[in-house]
Design a protein around this ligand. Structure first.
Ligand code: GDP
Length: 308
């Protein structure tokens, strides 16, 4: 079965890793949000792509949830000592990724090609694709102020209340992304933030239309567990956007885009009578074994749905 996983960073990377560990690599494509990407200290930083790559390569930093394991911070501390910005922490090892990526982009390579190169060097066998090769910056409107995404997320620690998530117009998918959807039997929406990780992917033309037209099954996994986000601002954003911060509201938000919905055992009973098929599972992925188990259970659910 050919599987496409739509992923942001932390939650997306964990499910992507579980899927990558149980399926043949040629059957797996991870399409990653690039709405969080930005230029910083002269470098092109792609936080979600990096989180996914480091997780798939077995070099993710489990303590921070982002960046590389065994990291040191001498360069960014030296940047701060020179009066440079240090609010976005770039580790010494992580910097190598940004240097190589930026160098290749400046030489005219596409982000898709650069990502393929980095994955190959990191020993990643599944296909990891940026959602687009065009810049597609997400912005956060907080009352009268529009923040660039990382200013809001990291510098402001996602505290300014969200009035609206502003997504760019006219962003186009690459041929590789379109082909992945056209050949997919199953699309999994990872337990990522629906507003700032998954919506930016739907916003890329013609991904939303492809999802509607193609016969594959689309299954989402809830990032909300027990009424809270496991990490990050998803639940806070739901409140600010006048949605209940529940798994059920996530399923309803995805609406007709999905055919199936996986939600956590902590929320058992809360997703009865939805329009889509549902499965209540332990969705907390702390260890590698958790990631593999959830991936297996989600695939089992998908196989049952597809055989009906
Ligand atoms: P970001 O771009 O790094 O913020 O990453 P994502 O959007 O991919 O992931 C953030 C979302 O992942 C948050 O809403 C979390 O609640 C969710 N998340 C993180 N870890 C887990 C997990 O183990 N299980 C589930 N169900 N959700 C998770």
């Amino acid at each position: 079965m050919k599987v496409v996983v739509l992923a942001g960073g932390v939650g997306g990377a964990k499910l992507a890793d579980g899927i990558a560990r149980i399926l043949p690599p040629e059957d797996v494509t991870i399409i990653v949000n690039t709405g969080d990407d930005f230029e910083h200290l002269g470098l092109t930083i792609c936080p979600d792509l990096d989180t996914v790559m480091y997780r798939l390569a077995g070099m993710a930093n489990d303590e921070t949830g982002w960046g590389r394991a065994g990291e040191s911070w001498r360069t960014i501390d030296a940047v701060a000592a020179l009066g440079g910005p240090d609010w976005f922490r770039l580790g010494d090892l992580d910097l190598a990724t940004h240097l190589v990526r930026t160098n290749k982009l400046r030489a005219g390579e596409s982000l898709t090609a650069v990502t393929q190169h980095l994955c190959q060097k990191l020993g990643i066998q599944v296909s990891v694709l940026p959602m687009s090769d065009q810049p597609a910056p997400t912005k956060i409107q907080s009352n009268d102020t529009i923040h660039p995404f990382q200013t809001w997320f990291v510098q402001e620690k996602w505290q300014p209340p969200v009035t609206k998530v502003v997504l760019p117009e006219d962003v186009r998918a690459t041929r590789s992304v379109i082909r992945a959807f056209e050949t997919a039997d199953l699309v999994l929406i990872a337990p990522s933030n629906p507003f700032v990780s998954i919506d930016p992917i739907f916003n890329v033309y013609p991904i939303a239309a492809l999802l509607e037209d193609l016969p594959q099954a689309v299954i989402a996994v809830s990032p909300i567990v027990g009424g809270q986000a496991v990490k990050g601002p998803a639940a806070k954003m739901m409140q600010e956007l006048d949605l209940p911060h529940t798994s059920r509201a996530v399923a309803e938000y995805y609406g007709e885009r999905i055919d199936g919905f996986v939600y956590d055992v902590q929320d058992a009973g809360s997703c009865d009578n939805l329009e889509v098929e549902t499965r209540c599972l332990d969705t907390m992925m702390v260890t590698e074994a958790d990631r593999v188990r959830l991936a297996q259970e989600v695939m089992q659910f998908a196989e049952e749905m597809l055989s009906n």
